[in-house]
Design a protein around this ligand. Structure first.
Ligand code: SAM
Length: 345
């Protein structure tokens, strides 16, 4: 029975329930911060299980709020839980929780969008990228208006091995509005296939774990919620800089229902649009009449490689933005804007 003795050693002592804490500290959910709390610990345990074993793990929990998910993370055996919470009102309740788990919980009052996670954990927990993920997990039930910009930022960090990925292939387990969770994991040909699907899937294995009905939250949001797990790939499926891939994918998906060459055209200034689009499609060997949603990651890789090749020959292309050309035409009344206008300064 040694194992159960060990298990008991990291379980939290009796505490007021999360609901009681909310009443005790008068923690009304703030609509502007899109706060929706999870009070059912079976559900928070289920989210935490998606991250895999947390025994002795380091965890960064984003937006702990009244601390329901935090309790599940601590009960799962995490050794070091760093919580980042923006709203001051939650800090006293979180302190109570940290006193119940001495030496295992650190509280940062701050904004996860600017927090330097690369400085939050000891360097010696790092694992070489080619090896398995480090024993560091990022877990969070965030507001929807934060989780989408945050995952875009973290995907860029993943590509550059910075932020949470300065320690290696750190896994993320995060909640999103159900539709966003579906887009993140949508496969080629599906209705939800989007820019987000490609950007996430070229860099990591993305798993849509389960859906939480809106009614499980207090107060109840308008939508259901998807729990998504991300594990960075050892080798990204596209070997080009993140910003270049992002630009190609953004342009292709701006006309979701049209043939993909329509979006590709917008990568090039009007003066050389037709020839360069043809050259790029031929070089990539992609059928120009495929719809963006029908493109596989290898198709996008071929397109990104072809675009990178064209940019090597003509570096000013890299800073060209279709919308900027439109804006300049509108401002100056010129029919054609010279290509060197777009050379980055
Ligand atoms: N994790 C808690 C739960 O599951 O009950 C609270 C979830 S609530 C949807 C989101 C939490 O994230 C709130 O506590 C909110 O104050 C916090 N939050 C919102 N924006 C944040 C940001 N930029 N950085 C850190 N925390 C943030």
């Amino acid at each position: 029975m040694a194992a159960s003795g060990k298990l008991a050693s990291f379980r939290l002592p009796p505490l007021p329930t999360v609901g009681e804490l909310i009443k005790l500290y008068n923690l009304r959910a703030e609509k502007q911060l899109s706060q929706n709390f999870l009070l059912d610990l079976r559900l928070t345990d289920k989210i935490v299980r998606q991250a895999g074993s947390l025994r002795d793990a380091h965890v960064c929990e984003v937006g702990p709020g009244p601390g329901g998910l935090t309790r599940s993370i601590l009960n799962a055996g995490a050794a070091d839980v760093l919580v980042v919470e923006k709203d001051t009102r939650f800090i006293p309740g979180l302190k109570l929780l940290s006193e119940a788990a001495p030496g295992r919980m650190r509280i940062v009052h701050g904004d996860i969008l600017t927090y330097r996670m690369d400085r939050g954990f000891p360097v010696n927990i790092s694992k070489p990228w080619e090896e398995g993920p480090p024993n560091l997990h990022v877990i969070g039930n965030l507001p929807f208006n934060v989780s989408t910009p945050l995952i875009i930022k973290w995907l860029e960090n993943m590509a550059n091995k910075t932020g949470p990925f300065a320690y290696g292939r750190t896994q993320l387990t995060l909640t999103f509005q159900k539709e966003v969770a579906e887009r993140l994991t949508a496969s080629t040909g599906s209705k939800q296939r989007s820019r987000l699907s490609v950007m996430a899937q070229y860099l990591c294995t993305v798993r849509n774990c389960f859906t939480i009905p809106g009614r499980a939250f207090v107060p109840k949001p308008e939508v259901d919620v998807g729990v998504v797990n991300f594990t960075p790939l050892v080798q990204p499926q596209i070997q080009q800089p993140f910003k270049l891939v992002e630009k190609v994918v953004r342009n292709i998906f701006q006309f979701r229902r049209k043939h993909c060459h329509k979006g590709v055209e917008k990568l090039f200034p009007e003066a050389c649009r037709i020839e360069l689009t043809q050259e790029m499609m031929q070089k990539a060997d992609v059928d120009p009449i495929l719809r963006p949603t029908e493109l596989t990651i290898p198709h996008i890789r071929a397109l990104a490689d072809a675009y990178a090749h064209l940019c090597t020959n003509e570096p000013s292309l890299l800073s060209y933005e279709f919308r900027e050309e439109l804006r300049l035409k509108h401002l100056t009344g010129q029919k054609h804007i010279p290509i060197d206008t777009f050379i980055a300064t």
